[in-house]
Design a protein around this ligand. Structure first.
Ligand code: ADP
Ligand code: MG
Length: 349
């Protein structure tokens, strides 16, 4: 009977609503949706193109390629919702997809949110999830979710440190006895790195490349540490002067030079987090090291750069891209245990 009732309400969901990727997990099942946070709609409307299917992977392929009349949108920037309507459209699509075989969508949802989120942005998150079909929404800091997801012993009286480098933000936190002791959230991530590389190639090579081209270069030959192997790759763009297409060869050290500014900002935020810790916590961290998660942490040599700049051994978590999703899923499956520490839409509305 209780089971039937539960089913009628829909299963509980954990949502990692990232600037770059959205992951949805179902309690008792695991990750069921893992797609880019992109939606393509007919200009001036909320109608999703391609018969309602241009969300996620399909929409991402349309970036920079869609004809006039089609609007390809990333509804989040720097970790927060910037296009409320289309975020709801995207979430509704993903929620429906995650609930395919179930009766209803009236689920409870646990969402990971950046530490730097403002009260207005928080309300937007609640509303978006509620309007997309959730019954009740809980929020938890993404950094804590990532720490749980990578298996750090956050409940113990010993310092654990996590740094989640996403598309839009970098979340750093030190935790002990289940609480965040010190944290920093900065609006720097893969997107800003791509922007820096676009800017660098325009300035030094007179070539205009798209953000997806910059992202491909960063992923394939990018490096943060001079000790990394030097790789090269060709990139197509448009000559700034002639306006004609041109192809250039880019090297790892050029990408590294382009990324100095955003990487410095990430390292500064790690240092500021450490400044908020007692000497005993810092000394734990010298032994335990820090764990990197998020897609941005996969930049070659970032772990080595952070180790060199902070003196703390840094290592990239296995499956760095799913750390937050796995962490929120663990909390969702133990909701009774975590609930007292979670903010909920019921407190707000
Ligand atoms: P978000 O949580 O903001 O959605 P993710 O943790 O999903 O972000 O990470 C997305 C970022 O990771 C993108 O900027 C993407 O370019 C970057 N990324 C993904 N794979 C790699 C890789 N192998 N090397 C470097 N960066 C990567
Ligand atoms: Mg993320």
């Amino acid at each position: 009977m209780l089971h039937r009732f539960r089913e009628l309400l829909g299963s509980d969901l954990a949502i990692d609503l990232g600037t770059a990727n959205t992951l949805i997990s179902v309690a008792g099942e695991g990750i069921v949706v893992n797609e880019p946070s992109v939606v393509a709609v007919a200009e001036g409307s909320r109608r999703v193109v391609a018969e309602g299917c241009a969300v996620g992977h399909l929409a991402r392929q349309m970036i920079g390629r869609a004809p006039g009349g089609i609007h390809v949108v990333r509804p989040l920037r720097e970790g927060v919702i910037t296009d409320f309507d289309l975020c709801e459209v995207m979430l509704r699509y993903f929620l429906r997809k995650s609930q395919r075989s179930r009766w209803t969508m009236r689920s409870r949802a646990l969402i990971g949110a950046p530490g730097c989120i403002t009260p207005v942005e928080k309300r937007a998150l609640y509303h978006s999830a509620l309007r997309a079909g959730a019954r009740q929404v809980f929020l938890m800091p993404e950094a804590k979710a990532a720490a749980i997801g990578v298996g750090l012993p956050i409940h113990e009286p010993v310092a654990s440190m996590i740094c989640d480098v996403g598309g839009g933000t970098t979340e750093t936190a030190v935790l002990s006895m289940s609480e965040i002791i010190a944290s920093q959230s900065v609006r720097v991530g893969g997107d800003l790195m791509d922007q820096a590389l676009v800017e660098y190639l325009r300035r030094t090579r007179n070539l205009r490349v798209s953000a997806p081209t910059a992202e491909r270069l960063r992923i394939e030959i990018g490096s943060a540490s001079p000790k990394d192997a030097e790789l090269t790759q060709d990139a197509n763009g448009v000559d700034v002067v002639s306006g004609l297409p041109r192809r250039i060869t880019v090297t790892s050290s050029q990408v590294r030079e382009a990324l100095v500014e955003p990487l410095t900002r990430i390292i500064d935020s790690i240092k500021r987090t450490l400044e908020g810790c007692t000497p005993d916590l810092v000394s734990d961290l010298v032994d335990q090291g820090m764990v990197l998660a998020g897609g941005g942490s996969l930049l070659r040599g970032l772990d080595r750069l952070i180790t060199a700049e902070t003196g703390l051994p840094a290592r990239v978590a296995p499956e760095a891209l799913t750390a937050v999703a796995r962490g929120t899923l663990i909390c969702l499956e133990q909701l009774d245990r975590y609930r007292p520490s979670l903010e909920s839409s019921d407190d707000e509305l």
